[in-house]
Design a protein around this ligand. Structure first.
Ligand SMILES: Cc1cc2nc3c(=O)[nH]c(=O)nc-3n(C[C@H](O)[C@H](O)[C@H](O)COP(=O)(O)O)c2cc1C
Length: 153
């Protein structure tokens, strides 16, 4: 029977959202709408990622790329040949922040399904003095946008 033969696709989202929990809001929206487990980058370090077909990588941005532990996880722990997608939040989007992780994933023959990014409240360094930038982000519609993005993959 067709349905019985259909194997369930296993998905997980690995996130690092340490600045203000901005990226975690996107992660929660996707995880809740689609019933996908979400784990921190620290938790993922002790997991067998080979058991998943689709792996989401979510992070805030620091110094032009995903956070250090996340970049490292993609480089060292992402198994070959997976479907991957990326979520991020940042203070001021350049559209390039996911380039590094995408290149690392492609080097492992992973298929990049898509990237979703938006702004997130940022009080790093000098921005703290002016009360931060991107206040109020991610907005409700940016958060919902992350779940819509996943639905469209
Ligand atoms: C140390 C540090 C460096 C940052 N560097 C950048 C950057 O290069 N570009 C940018 O747009 N935002 C930068 N940000 C802002 C964060 O990426 C942004 O606030 C993000 O939404 C934080 O996500 P999180 O709350 O999920 O950790 C930086 C923040 C910190 C704390």
């Amino acid at each position: 029977m067709k349905d019985e033969m259909k194997e369930e696709m296993r998905a997980v989202i690995i996130y690092e959202s340490t600045h203000h929990g901005n990226t975690k809001k996107l992660v929660d929206a996707v995880a809740e709408r689609y019933g996908i487990p979400a784990v921190t980058v620290e938790e993922a370090a002790g997991m067998d990622l080979g058991q998943y077909d689709r792996i989401g990588i979510a992070s805030g941005v620091a110094f032009g790329r995903f956070y250090e532990k996340t970049e490292k996880l993609v480089e060292e722990r992402l198994p070959e040949g997976k479907e991957v997608f990326f979520l991020y939040t940042c203070g001021n989007d350049t559209g390039k922040y996911a380039n590094s992780v995408q290149a690392k994933a492609r080097a492992k023959n992973c298929r990049v399904l898509g990237v979703y990014g938006c702004r997130g409240f940022d009080t790093f360094g000098p921005f703290k003095l002016v009360g931060g930038i991107a206040k109020g982000h991610p907005t409700r519609s940016e958060i919902d946008g992350a779940a819509d993005f996943y639905g469209g993959l």
